[in-house]
Design a binder for this molecule. Structure first.
Ligand SMILES: [Ca+2]
Ligand SMILES: [Ca+2]
Length: 90
């Protein structure tokens, strides 16, 4: 149940930011930037955000769709996991 709640809230966040312009199914660069800054504060600086954006926009259409968004969130999850020191050091 907790996993479903987590996924629903991730989808809710996507929809909240993606619907700031006409194209409610995609995050454009500004929407993605705002999402990352507000929902993942302190994780990335702005210049890094755009290189992240380029890496995440896998089909290079300048927009992040729901599939690319979840790839983003998974990647950020791994980053957080490592920052928190939960990942055992070799
Ligand atoms: Ca949008
Ligand atoms: Ca894309």
């Amino acid at each position: 149940i907790d996993c479903i709640k987590a996924l629903m809230s991730l989808i809710g966040i996507f929809q909240k930011y993606a619907s700031k312009d006409q194209d409610t199914d995609h995050l454009n660069k500004n929407e993605l930037k705002e999402l990352l800054q507000k929902e993942f504060p302190g994780l990335l600086n702005v210049s890094k955000l755009f290189s992240v954006m380029d890496a995440l926009d896998q089909d290079k259409d300048g927009q992040v769709d729901i599939q690319e968004y979840f790839t983003t969130v998974c990647t950020l999850g791994i980053i957080y996991y490592e920052i928190l020191g939960a990942c055992p050091k070799k």
